[in-house]
Design a protein around this ligand. Sequence first.
Ligand SMILES: [Zn+2]
Length: 494
Amino acid sequence: MFRIAVGGFSHETHTFLEKRTTVEDFADRHVQYGPEVIERNRGVSNYLRGFIDVVEEAGGELVGTVYAAANVHGYVTRNAFEKFTTDMMDALREAEGIDGVLLALHGAMAAEDYDRAEAEVVRRVRSVVGAEVPVMVTLDLHANEDHHLTDHADAAFVCKKYPHTDTQETGEAAARCMVSTLRGEFSPAMALHKPGIISPSIFQGTDFSPMREFRRRADEWEQVEEDVYYVSVAPGFGYADVPDVGASVIAVTDGDKALAEGVARDVSAFMWRRREKLARRPILGAEEAVQAATQAVGEGRTPVVLADGADRTGDSTHVLRQLLRQGVKNFALSSMHDPSAVRFCQQLGEGAEVAVSAGGWGQASGEPVQLKGTIEFVGNVNYELTGPMSTGDSVGCGPSATVNLGDSRYVILTSLNHQVRDAEGFRAFGIEPKDMDVLLVRSRVHFRAYYDRVAGEIIEVDAPGMGPADLSGLRFHKIPADTFPVGRNWPQHE
Ligand SMILES: [Zn+2]
């Protein structure tokens, strides 16, 4: 019988956003302690569920520690980072006789005092449990990591799909590795290699080139070499000015460090040769994208999904303004992140006529838009995901409202930033997405988990915003000079 501590601390930090990520932002998403960490994740398709299922099936005992996750904002505050890591270390100290530690981390967290936040978490865990207790972690595909993490962890496993529909399987792979290690049947050896590339999230979908080819190369190693257990390909999170930024390949083998090194180097070199495809591609601007959407509607390819990948604060008005200017009808905007506009609608109530200024408060979000119409829905929205991604997970949008501008033009106002991943992302606000001609979503790739099958056409939009498809407009100071394509050793105008 073995006892395994499980927990997690997850945040994708966009270091160029001014708004810090606070304890309250974690409370808005997920903060769980002790037995809650086990009980509340049993029915959710996520990393923790993968840990739980495998450890229990193997007859192990689970000890819940802390699980905290928040939506994308700027740096995690010193206060929030110290609170959740300290709580986790306290829980580990209290749990006596721990044989192993499994943690669901992200990999792109940056805290005010720690650019390499996950490496610091794992370093502290190691200092509590000692050198002999295996510590294994899962990471998001957007992880920015380097050897600081792998120095302290015994094994690290990155999810293989973007949209991340395989997080539960990733958790299972980590837990199986833990169980066989504790039984003395496996001896993890790990190597990490960084090709030196950063790229915008929008080019990282694993159903598309070049990620599909990178993944295939990694899969071949897993299939061909018996001792290769798991090969992770993380393209990383480009909107982070941190020293461990960018793609990494992490190989875990059974006891063969040299093999792990060789695999990580091979896949990394393969990525480097295809770096252009990962880093750059032209995308339509807001005006052209809305024209293309109108044409697609005219040809009957509905619903057309306009994916505004550059909006990172959830309040951009650039594409909405084009929809209004070009006279598009029967559309729905998935979310305008604007608590004060929501409060205004709440005071008027459902059925009331409203004129309210919304959006455009963020760093690159454009001017606020004047919305005039009827309030069709007001409510505190918390819904459960039913699509292929994170099935069963709850999504909180806070107090929200839906405004009909006439001609079936709907704008959903939310108090929290909201990324649509399935049909519930509209239905929770009273809109059936399949009935709309045009759906405007704030998402880069995750919406595809559901909408790739449902949409008549998907059009990516690169409007102005804090998540541009071209990273050269962001000012990086801390990244390695050789990082392609925006490190200072690369000329910007090749
Ligand atoms: Zn991700």
